[in-house]
Ligand binder design. Structure first.
Ligand SMILES: Nc1ncnc2c1ncn2[C@@H]1O[C@H](COP(=O)(O)OP(=O)(O)O)[C@@H](O)[C@H]1O
Ligand SMILES: [Mg+2]
Length: 257
């Protein structure tokens, strides 16, 4: 890598060492070791059943591994529950997004950490004004324009809902965001907006692990590409020095030739 390249000198946020997870006799994740740098987008690719979701579930604290080690900023962390991942600064974008349809945008962004005020200095109530202001701030920082903040989010598009779910993670000052197939259900234009948002996160030093089957998106977005097959991590390649053909070969055959 050329000297002065920021990626080359970026700190390691996450290190995974020898991670394994079996279901019965099946090694879904088999001795996987890799790291993620600060402000890096790492794409995780592989055929169905390669072990991608199992791997990121371990990082999200949703499914503790059988073996191996996870380090955040150089310190080992036990991620036995989602709240452990939360405390470690890891945010996970689940497929269902975890939004409450009947609540509006600020209420969803602040879900579970609502701001409160005291009316007449006495009666505690939700501080809708401040939550709305902070939501607008947050969205503006990441270049997002959501016109209908007061509508129940059920009325918003798939891409807008995704943006809200991501905003909720950003509110928590996450270091690492994990996205499992975020663009899968979106149209072209909406998918592009989510790509923009992911890039905006990188610009602010947030690291992203994104699982995607869409190699076009992967090549547009990722700094490095991690390829899994049959539970093993085949390789991690720099996007700039590989081709789609090479990545397809790694996914399919587990090797380049
Ligand atoms: N909860 C589970 N119980 C049993 N087997 C599972 C479970 N989750 C995943 N698997 C198996 O583990 C392997 C890896 O699955 P997964 O991590 O979902 O792969 P990917 O996300 O790459 O498609 C597959 O063979 C899958 O059938
Ligand atoms: Mg999966």
């Amino acid at each position: 890598m050329p000297e002065g390249d920021p990626q080359a000198t970026a700190a390691t946020v996450l290190r995974v060492v020898g991670l394994s997870k079996s279901y019965g006799g099946l090694k879904a994740v088999d001795d996987v070791t890799f790291d993620v740098r600060e402000g890096e987008i790492l794409a995780l690719v592989g055929d169905n059943g390669a072990g991608k979701s199992t791997l990121v579930k371990a990082l999200a604290g949703a499914q503790p591994p059988d073996d191996g080690r996870i380090e955040i900023d150089g310190a080992p962390r036990q991620l036995n529950a989602p709240r452990d991942a939360d405390a470690a600064g890891i945010g996970c974008l689940h497929q269902g997004l975890g939004l409450v349809d009947t609540l509006n945008v600020p209420e969803n962004v602040f879900l579970g950490r609502e701001l409160r005020t005291r009316r007449l200095g006495l009666v505690p109530e939700l501080d809708h004004v401040r939550m709305r202001e902070r939501t607008i701030d947050l969205l503006a920082r990441f270049g997002v324009d959501l016109p209908r903040l007061n509508e129940p989010v059920v009325k918003l598009s798939g891409g807008q809902r995704q943006t809200i779910a991501i905003s909720r993670l950003l509110l928590k000052d996450v270091r690492l965001v994990i996205m499992d197939e975020p663009m899968a259900a979106l149209g072209v234009e909406e998918g592009r907006r989510v790509l923009d948002l992911v890039r905006a996160m990188r610009e602010r030093g947030v690291s992203v692990i994104v699982i995607s089957h869409n190699l076009e998106h992967v090549f547009q977005l990722a700094d490095r590409i991690a390829i899994m097959k049959n539970g093993r991590l085949i390789d991690v390649v720099e996007t700039a020095s590989t081709t789609r053909d090479e990545v397809v070969r790694l996914i399919t055959f587990g090797r380049m030739h």
